[in-house]
Design a protein around this ligand. Structure first.
Ligand code: DAO
Ligand code: DAO
Length: 205
């Protein structure tokens, strides 16, 4: 078994490697203000990338640049976020009263705003296709693990506690989800920094 990294505030543990070759780049916390005043911790998250694919897809183009040069490069960020590279965002639920309804509406707000930002004309339809995977009878108590994975060909695969709930092929949806964690206005700025640095360091061989 691979060692884990623990998110200190919540105690959520993230294995440093999943699916054999996806390596943990960084961890963070998704919070939300409810009723305009209470700040709740909703879930801890870890972002993973497939090391072999990162090197296969990006080494030739970026292999000679240093970590700090890579972090300055807009093009590198584009290729990181939008490239055909296996990645997983693993969420570990912390908030104990999460209903599927509130997940759907939070999702429409967060991912919906990104789809619009990237100019997806059918964003409503795409969102609905995604959220219709979440059946009302699913339960996601504290400790549940949700994985959102980008698989080859920009297929977004969702699992809850290791069970697959569905897959959707959409480059923009994959990109929009990553944007929540490593885009311009991320949930956790410190996490984004760590993830970018670690990702860039995978190319330093
Ligand atoms: O109970 O009204 C409430 C607050 C719920 C906050 C929900 C935030 C949901 C964030 C998305 C979770 C994705 C697993
Ligand atoms: O934090 O705003 C957010 C959105 C995170 C993505 C949530 C995906 C939720 C998939 C949950 C399925 C639950 C049945």
């Amino acid at each position: 078994p691979s060692p884990s990294v623990v998110e200190t505030k919540t105690g959520a543990a993230f294995p440093s490697v999943i699916f054999e070759s996806r390596r943990l780049l960084g961890i963070g916390l998704r919070k939300k203000v409810i009723l305009g005043l209470k700040n709740i911790d909703v879930y801890a998250f870890g972002v993973y990338a497939d090391v072999d694919e990162v090197r296969k897809v990006l080494s030739e183009k970026y292999g000679k640049l240093s970590v700090s040069e890579l972090k300055e490069s807009k093009e590198f960020k584009e290729d990181f976020m939008g490239g055909d590279i296996g990645m997983t965002v693993r969420l570990q639920i912390v908030y104990s009263k999460l209903s599927i309804r509130s997940v759907r509406s939070a999702f429409e707000e967060s991912v919906g705003s990104r789809l619009q930002k990237f100019g997806e004309p059918n964003s409503k339809e795409l969102l609905q296709r995604f959220t219709s995977q979440f059946k009302d009878e699913y339960k996601i108590p504290r400790g549940s693990v949700i994985e959102l994975s980008r698989e080859q060909g920009h297929v977004l695969r969702t699992t809850i506690d290791g069970k697959e709930v569905g897959s959707i092929q959409s480059k923009l949806l994959c990109r929009s989800i990553l944007d929540l964690y490593i885009g311009e206005d991320p949930f956790d700025k410190g996490a984004k920094e760590d993830i970018e640095s670690k990702f860039a360091s995978l190319l330093q061989v």
